[in-house]
Structure formats: structure tokens, C-alpha cells
Design a protein around this ligand. Structure first.
Ligand code: IYR
Length: 225
């Protein structure tokens, strides 16, 4: 029997091969080593990326678990230079205000090691921008549909997206200009969708540098009981 009825709803058999302890260790080590190579990169090469790759990355992000399986996300994929230009212009306008006043001195001090400022050339240089929207509620046939744990769900999908980008061989920067409502206007998104994250994606510039920063050690992030 591959199907089972629970409370009137179909459940299908799920099979995952039993993996040996040694294989578990090998798999988890290899995945960690691969992910540990990921770095946020803010400088992109102009080399184009096939749209099929971008679609695969977004398909992967959309496999994320979500509250009541409502999948409360929309991914806008932008390659149009004119739209990228508009996004850069609007983002820089907000960032200029943020860096010159909205952000506290402590915040700006904390960002010093990352070498960021209000200028965002990557918004035009990256071959693609992915703008992730969270859907506060759904709209189906003109009716409101309730969504649950929206930020958690979309946050997990973004984690999948960032991992998939790295695994494919590309780089990204998770950019959160604040406020981000200009993205709703430029991309003409409906009222139930709110901008969540802006992710420029592409090949890294031939010669690029990233901040010399370290990740916390396991004993700083793990408490075993
Ligand atoms: N949104 C600004 C500032 C910024 C904030 C944090 I927290 C960062 O980790 C990085 C940048 C910007 O993108 O420059």
C-alpha cells in the first residue's frame, strides 16, 4: 500500500534510504565544508548566467517547508537593465538617508569591517536580482487565504536559496535596504506581498576581496543537553 487515508486526506509513502553512521558523518562533513566556503560577495562579473540556472535556484528555494504548506512567497527575477537601474536608484536614495542618519553610530561601527556604504553598484552589475516577497495572506480567486508563520517560512526559503546559489557555483549578497516599499512599486506587486529580501546573483568579479572575518566556533553556538 503506497497510499493511506488520514482524516479524509491522502498520505503517500515516503522512502529515504537508511544511511550508515559512517556515511552520515561523511555526508554531513562534506556538506559543511561546501557551505563553509560560502561568502557574501558584493562585486559581480558581467558574465551572463543561463536563466534556467536561476529557475532551478528558485525551484529549490520553493521546496522549503512553510506554515500549513501555504508557500507564502513570490520570487521576482530581474534581468532587465532598466528595472535594475530603477531599483539601484531607489535603494541608494534610502541607503543614503540610512547611512547619514537613520542608522545608529554603533550600527555603522559594526558595519565597518564589512566595508559597506550607501552606494550599491551591485544592483546594476549583477546579471540577476531576485526580490523575495512574503505574502502576509494569499489571494485565490479574489478570496483572502490565511497564511501562517510567514516570516519563518520565507526566511527558511531564503536560506535554501542562498545555499543553492553557492552550490551552483555563483555568489550573492543578501541586501535589505530599509524601508523596501519602493520594490513593491517598481515591480508592481499587490498589497498582500511585502518585500522581504533583495538578492543580487551572479559570478564573482575575477578579482574580488571579502572581509577577513571568522565564523563563531561550535562551542560558541552549540549548547548540548
Ligand atoms: N542595509 C544597509 C546596511 C547594512 C546592514 C546590515 I545589519 C548589514 O549586515 C549590511 C549592510 C546596506 O545594505 O548597506
Amino acid at each position: 500500500m503506497d497510499k493511506k487515508n488520514i482524516d479524509g486526506f491522502a498520505h503517500i509513502r515516503y522512502q529515504k534510504n537508511q544511511v550508515s553512521e559512517n556515511q552520515l558523518i561523511k555526508n554531513s562533513q562534506e556538506f559543511f565544508q561546501m557551505m563553509d566556503q560560502r561568502r557574501t560577495v558584493r562585486e559581480f562579473d558581467s558574465r551572463p548566467v543561463p536563466v534556467e540556472v536561476m529557475e532551478n535556484l528558485i525551484k529549490t528555494a520553493s521546496t522549503a517547508p512553510s506554515g500549513a504548506h501555504k508557500q507564502p512567497w513570490t520570487f521576482c527575477l530581474i534581468s532587465d537593465p532598466e528595472i535594475k537601474r530603477k531599483i539601484r536608484e531607489a535603494a541608494e536614495e534610502e541607503e543614503k538617508i540610512s547611512y547619514s542618519g537613520r542608522m545608529s553610530d554603533t550600527w555603522k561601527q559594526d558595519l565597518k569591517p564589512l566595508g559597506t556604504n550607501w552606494e550599491k553598484p551591485f544592483l546594476e552589475e549583477a546579471p540577476y536580482l531576485i526580490v523575495v516577497f512574503k505574502q502576509s495572506y494569499g489571494m485565490e480567486k479574489g478570496e483572502k487565504v490565511q497564511h501562517y508563520y510567514v516570516s519563518e517560512s520565507v526566511g527558511i526559503a531564503c536560506g535554501f536559496l542562498i545555499a543553492a546559489i553557492h552550490q551552483a557555483g555563483l555568489v550573492a549578497v543578501t541586501h535589505t535596504p530599509s524601508p523596501m516599499n519602493f520594490l513593491s512599486q517598481i515591480l508592481e506587486r499587490p498589497a498582500h506581498e511585502k518585500p522581504f529580501l533583495l538578492v543580487p546573483v551572479g559570478y564573482p568579479k575575477q578579482e574580488t576581496f571579502v572581509p577577513d572575518i571568522e565564523r563563531k566556533k561550535l562551542n560558541e553556538v552549540l549548547i548540548k543537553y
